[in-house]
Design a protein around this ligand. Sequence first.
Ligand SMILES: *Cc1c(COP(=O)(O)O)cnc(C)c1O
Length: 360
Amino acid sequence: MIPAARPIIGDEERAAVDRVLQSGMMAQGPEVKSFEEEFAQFVGGRHCIAVNSGTSALHLGFIAAGLQPGDEVIVPSFSFAATANAVVLAGGVPVFGDIDPKTFNLDPKHAESLITSRTRGIMPVHLYGHIADMDLFETLGKKHGITIYEDAAQAHLASLNGRMAGEWGKVASFSFYPTKNMTSGEGGMIVTNDDEVERQSRMLRNQGGVIRYQNEIVGFNNRMTDIHAAIGRVQVTKVKAWTDQRRKNAAYLDAHLKGVTVPYVRPGSEHSYHQYTIRLPGVTSQERDQAITDIKAGGVGCDVYYPTPIHRLPSFKLSLDLPVTEEIVKEVISIPVHPSLTQAELEQVVSVVNDVASRI
Ligand SMILES: *Cc1c(COP(=O)(O)O)cnc(C)c1O
């Protein structure tokens, strides 16, 4: 079976971990500091603060930016649960917006219609590695005096008109979970151009202080270890080439798939293809699930991100009218696009998916 994702861990990552273990100092230290400096090249040199997960990056980012209990943050419902969980963990209230059917990203018009006197933030998600309509969100934020955040967990090296994911929001959050485009084992990065958000983030991840035993605020232990940072530092040197390969694989799939809707890329946008997500337009969720079974039977790993919109998960259980989200969750399938695919594997993906699509 061709796996849906394949984290690439080589000798250099193993040697980097060994170097840290040999040093006897494993907690947050010089490797974390270097990882932060090296990751900054992907976000226009903004401040980078490493933490233990992408979820922690979102959570601490909200608190550091001053989100207060009861503040509303507009987020898409078509995302990973962490997007909304982080708002709640920071004391806020997620307000779920609908998406654009072409890009799968938060729809700026619908988001604007949800703004109330309690709205303090909007957080688009660059889903699958395609940047949300950030120029419009930036304008919306200025017009209404609302903070713009970015959930960039899936968008390392994605860009729009030359501006990178992470270079738009007051705070952006990245994830280094193993299946993301680069990994540190587990980990996340808070990215900001605001000195005070940086200072607060550094304190929040470390019990509320940067100097030992001089805690200024009440904080967490959400530090990244030097072991994880050492892995991330190796991956930083490789993620550009991997992303180029993802783009080449996607171009091959775009050119050869038939009978399915291939991912849309907005003009000026460079997709990072965390996922290559096709649509089977007009199918029921049962037909889509049968297609998944058939594609897997052909030896091609695939999956649905995400089968249930966040607002309908048992953790939120809201009844909302989000028609585009409800249509898209029935139709999407993510198929392999990862950089270690061989040409033979790419051809197998195409022939199996085309065969399944022709029978729907
Ligand atoms: C992976 C992911 C997260 C959370 O990252 P973790 O490192 O797993 O905590 C948040 N949002 C989105 C959209 C993600 O894909």
